[in-house]
Design a protein around this ligand. Structure first.
Ligand code: HMG
Ligand code: MG
Length: 301
């Protein structure tokens, strides 16, 4: 039987905002997170416990987490790159953590100043603590479809890193098209390789950036292969400071529209989500650039 339910994993407060140059008040971020929960999102990646110098926009992570009013039934994962980040996350009372590495050495070095092997070692105590404490955990494999420094990335590299994250014990792997170069054929190639390696579709999420307008086509390809979790950013913001050329994430509102019309359930209300998208637009002082943000949903006459 085909599973008709899709998980939408919101990354707006973290991936969406991390690349913004102008400081965003913590208060505005908290309001954004509340509006996302109002819209029905149940997984909201909230911030990162990384070096403040590496991502100044998220330097308020400790303050933000201490002021966040957590709602029952909503998961608020945070990014943690090392033991220092783990200590901060633990002090903030988190119960969901993400570690993040990549399928290319050059990006891993630029992003977290580690080799892929060193990153796996750095994550070991983080994931071990998560398991010990019963926290939910996720591992990211960035540049799975192309690297801004190395170029093409083969599926064997993606599978190799994903396997190591599975062995560490993370519950879910998110496969990232960090610079938005993938097309559906690439998605089929990479996802089939992961499935063939024994990593089940129920443990996989896809993280598309819409840099070249292919994100929704890639979602459709992944849906056909049984993937049922997609990362998206309300307002379509996003990008990584260490991935030159990376533009916005797949917009949550565009994803919701597609899933609604495809008859797939996800629990998010489009009109309420557009309120959150408008909040992002006002906060950043620029109009929404997302398709559904501009056109709205379709009110069938
Ligand atoms: P480093 O410079 O090699 O580390 O950075 P270090 O251990 O030498 O530390 C340097 C300084 O940072 C020290 O401070 C540390 O104390 C401090 P100083 O002594 O110079 O004052 N430090 C920390 N402070 C707070 N929290 C910490 C922490 N760790 C060290 N956790 C490091 C290595 C990993 C720390 C750094 O490179 C870093 O934080 N990188 C994060 C980069 C990042 O967040 N990138 C964006 C997220 S990934 C992404 O967007 C892709 C994704 O969306 C999926 C996709 O699209 O593909 C997930
Ligand atoms: Mg990203």
């Amino acid at each position: 039987m085909i599973d008709r339910h899709v998980r939408i994993y919101e990354v707006g407060p973290r991936d969406g905002l991390q690349n913004e140059g102008a400081p965003i008040p913590t208060e505005a971020k908290l309001r954004f997170i509340d509006l996302l929960a109002d819209a029905g999102l149940r997984e909201i990646e909230t911030t990162s416990f990384v070096a403040p110098r590496a991502v100044p926009q998220l330097a308020d992570a400790d303050d933000l987490m201490s002021r966040l009013e957590r709602r029952p039934g909503v998961r608020y994962p945070v990014l943690v790159p090392n033991e220092r980040g783990l200590a901060r996350a633990e002090a903030a009372g988190v119960d969901a953590v993400c570690v993040f590495t990549a399928a290319s050495e050059a990006f891993t070095k630029a992003n977290i100043n580690m080799t892929i092997a060193e990153s796996i070692d750095a994550f070991r105590p983080v994931v071990a603590r998560a398991r010990e404490r019963g926290w939910w955990s996720r591992g990211y494999v960035s540049t799975a479809f192309g690297c801004p420094y190395q170029g093409e990335v083969g599926e064997a590299a993606v599978v190799g890193v994903a396997r190591q994250l599975v062995e560490l014990g993370v519950e879910e792997i998110s496969i990232g098209d960090t610079i938005g170069v993938a097309v559906p054929g690439d998605v089929r190639r990479v996802v089939r390789a992961l499935l063939s390696a024994g990593i089940g579709a129920d443990r996989l999420a896809m993280h598309f950036h819409d840099t070249r307008g292919t994100a929704l086509a890639n979602v459709a390809a992944a849906l056909d292969l049984g993937i049922r979790c997609f990362d998206a950013s309300t307002g379509g913001t996003g990008g990584c400071p260490y991935a030159p050329g990376a533009a916005g994430n797949l917009a949550t509102e565009d994803l919701v529209y597609l899933l609604d019309r495809e008859g797939l359930s996800h629990g998010v209300d489009l009109d309420a989500l557009l309120v959150a998208a408008q909040h992002v637009s006002r906060t950043l002082g620029r109009p929404l650039s997302t398709k559904v943000g501009q056109a709205g949903g379709w009110r069938v006459p």
